[in-house]
Design a protein around this ligand. Structure first.
Ligand SMILES: *[C@@H]1O[C@H](CO)[C@@H](O)[C@H](O)[C@H]1NC(C)=O
Ligand SMILES: *[C@@H]1O[C@H](CO)[C@@H](O)[C@H](O)[C@H]1NC(C)=O
Ligand SMILES: *[C@@H]1O[C@H](CO)[C@@H](O)[C@H](O)[C@H]1NC(C)=O
Ligand SMILES: *[C@@H]1O[C@H](CO)[C@@H](O)[C@H](O)[C@H]1NC(C)=O
Length: 244
């Protein structure tokens, strides 16, 4: 009896869907496509407008991974690669909000006041120079051009509007950012990677980007500079086909 009801219900559904397909072919088809794509466990999916600037990406899955030891940017990349993903970044306010919320929750739970997480992004070759003249000239002094991302499936246009107001400084290690009006100096080492600040009690910095030396796992490492200590990274990958 029960089986019969389920079967009847199923038939009704199929008929209904069919009717809908005939009614409104296009919208039903796209809905059907969306249902077939699914993000793996721990990943959250976001729809993106496919364009030439994001390699025609329609859906992208993001995972915020929090760790309790300092990792280099390269180690973060490898960790993402190991699960079929790449070090990634956000393409919209919603994606950014997801990352900030997830990381902030971890910080609050572990009583961490401030820190950072790795995102995709690398200083462009031309600007990896200690020549100050070049550093302070275009394109190296342009927030929208001085960094690029390594994975083409995210359009970084929105991310580059989220630099902290003094970032990317001709950001150097050791960290002496906005307090130093005389930067850059020739003895500095370039900061070529991108971190997002996680600072739940500070709306000015929480969720904002800054540039930093890529290898945080190797000294010089200043624990006094809690703000730059790395607590995680963001992996991104395409969805998988779902047969359910
Ligand atoms: C970008 O899209 C092209 C064409 O679909 C594909 O061959 C290539 O693998 C994509 N690149 C990445 C990194 O996904
Ligand atoms: C860090 O996390 C790992 C796994 O989550 C755990 O085994 C390890 O004890 C932790 N280390 C510290 C110092 O909390
Ligand atoms: C965080 O701080 C609270 C209050 O001081 C304490 O009870 C809790 O155990 C701390 N949690 C961790 C993970 O250290
Ligand atoms: C720095 O770059 C400028 C512009 O490209 C160049 O004219 C200058 O010679 C460079 N200075 C040094 C010390 O290499």
């Amino acid at each position: 009896m029960k089986r019969w009801i389920v079967f009847a219900a199923l038939c009704f559904c199929i008929l209904n869907v069919k009717a809908f397909v005939i009614d409104n072919d296009e919208s039903c088809e796209s809905e059907e496509k969306q249902q077939k794509m699914k993000c793996p466990k721990h990943y959250k999916g976001y729809y993106r407008q496919p364009t030439a600037t994001n390699n025609q990406t329609k859906m992208w899955c993001l995972r915020v991974v929090m760790v309790n030891v300092s990792v280099s940017e390269q180690a973060a990349q490898q960790a993402c690669n190991a699960e079929g993903a790449v070090l990634s970044t956000f393409a919209s306010y919603d994606e950014q909000k997801h990352i900030v919320r997830h990381a902030s929750k971890y910080f609050r739970y572990n009583n961490i006041t401030q820190g950072s997480i790795w995102l995709d992004g690398v200083r462009i070759e031309q600007c990896r120079t200690l020549n100050v003249t070049q550093q302070i000239a275009a394109p190296c002094n342009d927030k929208t051009k001085v960094f690029d991302i390594t994975d083409p499936r995210t359009d970084p246009k929105y991310a580059w509007t989220q630099w902290y107001r003094t970032a990317p400084s001709w950001a150097y290690w050791p960290i002496r950012t906005e307090e130093y009006s005389t930067y850059p100096t020739v003895d500095s080492i370039t900061a070529d990677c991108v971190q997002m600040w996680i600072y739940p009690g500070n709306d000015d910095r929480n969720g904002q980007l800054h540039a930093i030396h890529c290898d945080m796992a190797v000294p010089p490492y200043d624990f006094e500079k809690a703000l730059f200590t790395n607590y995680g990274y963001v992996c991104g990958r395409p969805p998988v086909l779902s047969f359910y």
